[in-house]
Write a protein that binds this ligand. Structure first.
Ligand code: NAD
Ligand code: UGA
Length: 465
């Protein structure tokens, strides 16, 4: 089966970069990325590439190469669905905030809307690809909706979860550890799988393209995120013991990571993991376990989140207790707001919870982040509903210049591991601060020995003294 036209529903952090890379690697395929959010589509079409809605190193170059040649961004969803041989669904699947499964289950309303729209518009047979992260067995629900519309159109549903990490999305897409494609075991299902395999085979070595049944593919995505997050919570749990015992978590991580059975990646202690997916996917996994009656399994995975919450609160508690048990009226500078470096994404960023805790203690916070807008930071805080929007704006200010953010502060908290923080003139920062001056490095990136020589009091996550 030859694929000439692709439609991708959802122009977000996954849909945009993923389709840009497929378009660049497969110039013979016309790809249209559609979204209900007209502002987002306009930003993808902006001639000023610095205004793309997603910041990812190298993404601007890929978009520049393919856009308006074989890559299009549009709000005309029906037309793109009608034209396409293959449709990727890459819409958001957030945690439900209402009804049954509230706070745990994935909210599938956007997925269902897509399925219904496809069912309404499609006139010829199509392959539907689940790109979004979904609970196991969602494909059967999608198929049910599609098969009951009476148009007589045949649909094949594939699961093709995305494993890219933000900040390295373009590299991850160009050089993936594996591409996973799940499909039906029927002849038609296998043909659909092969159609998608042949797209990826344009740049991904065949042995890295893994095909499975649909349910294994859907569940593997949740499993991968659960395992990754579990490693971060495990090392963060150890960071608390390190601080009490005089061990250094980086040394412990190195020592265990050299065991090839454990491996060295994802062992960096931090103020807590963020990002739009780890928490949501683990909650979803725990919910699935519960619905199968597997209470112990659900409890096991929920611990990963409990440790993450503990770590964020532990960090802010430590700031308060170190600053003589009160931060009321004190200025605390935040370096970083994004959930990790090299992205403008702030979803579930540890910085938000830490800021909220300190604002509740009446601290004044000044934030500098190289990529996150002021508007985004206030939206993140307002969403928590802890205090009024006015109070948030009075207590937290945003600076475009890191030196201004730190001027007059009692303490600096490093919340994101942006490389530029390491290269700052720390003597100049120290001279401009209240004394004694404190640095709380929630990412373990600064040279604390050098900072101590300047005169700073330093706390580094997971480093005991
Ligand atoms: P996102 O919120 O950035 O983008 C989703 C887009 O879908 C939004 O722009 C929204 O307007 C659009 N949308 C929603 N319903 C629509 C509809 N009915 N029609 C048209 N457009 C619609 O989300 P994201 O970060 O790109 O994540 C998408 C999915 O991919 C999620 O399931 C997520 O778990 C998964 N995922 C995300 C990442 C990541 O790094 N962000 C990585 C792997 C997988
Ligand atoms: C993660 C996975 O790595 C991707 O494979 C997956 O596709 C994606 O989730 C998803 O499904 O959305 P992402 O959240 O973008 O990607 O970024 P990660 O690099 O995994 O980092 C997640 C969080 O963990 C960040 O806050 C990061 O700072 C933190 N982290 C990561 C640590 O604190 N320590 C580590 O050693 C690694």
């Amino acid at each position: 089966m030859n694929i000439n036209k692709i439609c991708c529903i959802g122009a977000g952090y996954v849909g945009g970069p993923t389709m840009a890379v497929i378009a660049q690697q497969c110039p013979h395929i016309k790809i249209t990325v559609v979204d209900v959010n007209a502002k987002r589509i306009a930003a993808w079409n902006d001639t000023d590439l610095s205004k793309l809605p997603v910041f990812e190193p190298g993404l601007d170059e890929v978009v520049k190469e393919a856009r308006n040649k074989n890559l299009y961004f549009s709000t005309n969803i029906d037309q793109a669905i009608d034209e396409a041989d293959m449709i990727f669904i890459s819409v958001n699947t957030p945690t439900k905030t209402y009804g049954k499964g509230k706070g745990m289950a994935a909210d599938l309303k956007y997925i269902e809307l897509c399925a219904r729209q496809i069912a309404k518009v499609a006139k010829q047979d199509k392959i539907i690809v689940e790109k979004s992260t979904l609970p196991v067995r969602t494909a059967s629900a999608i198929k049910n909706i599609l098969d009951n519309t009476g148009n007589g159109v045949q649909f094949q549903i594939l699961s093709n979860p995305e494993f890219l990490a933000e900040g390295t999305a373009v590299q991850d897409l160009l050089n993936p550890d594996r591409v996973l494609i799940g499909g039906d075991t029927t002849k038609e299902g296998q043909e659909a799988i092969q159609a998608l395999v042949s797209i990826y085979a344009h740049w991904v070595p065949k042995e890295r393209i893994l095909t499975t049944n649909v349910w294994s593919s859907e569940l593997s995505k949740l499993t991968a995120n659960a395992f990754l997050a579990q490693r971060v919570s495990s090392i963060n749990a150890m960071s608390a013991i390190c601080e009490q015992s005089g061990a250094d978590v980086n040394e412990v991580a190195k020592a265990i990571g050299m065991d090839s059975r454990i491996g060295s990646k994802f062992l960096k202690a931090s103020v807590g993991f963020g990002g739009s997916c780890f928490q949501k996917d683990i909650l979803n996994l725990a919910y699935i376990a519960k619905t199968y009656g597997l209470k112990e399994v659900a409890n096991y995975w929920e611990q990963v989140i409990l440790i993450n919450n503990y770590q964020k609160n532990r960090f802010s508690d430590n700031i308060v207790s170190t600053l003589y048990n009160t931060v009321s009226g004190k200025k605390i500078a935040f370096l970083g707001w994004a959930f990790k470096k090299d992205t403008n994404d702030t979803r579930e960023s540890a910085a938000i919870q830490v800021a909220d805790n300190l604002l509740s203690e009446q601290a004044h916070i000044s934030v500098y982040d190289p990529k996150v807008s002021e508007e985004r930071m206030y939206a993140d805080l307002d969403y928590l509903n802890t205090r009024s929007e006015e109070e948030n704006r009075n207590l937290l200010t945003v600076d475009q210049d890191p030196y201004e953010a730190c001027k007059g502060a009692h303490a600096i908290a490093v919340l994101t591991e942006w490389d530029e923080f390491k290269a700052y003139d720390w003597q100049r920062i120290y001279d401009s601060m209240q004394k004694p001056a404190f640095v709380f490095d929630g990412r373990g990136i600064l040279d604390t020995e050098a900072l101590k020589k300047i005169g700073f009091n330093c706390y580094t996550i997971g480093k005991g003294s």
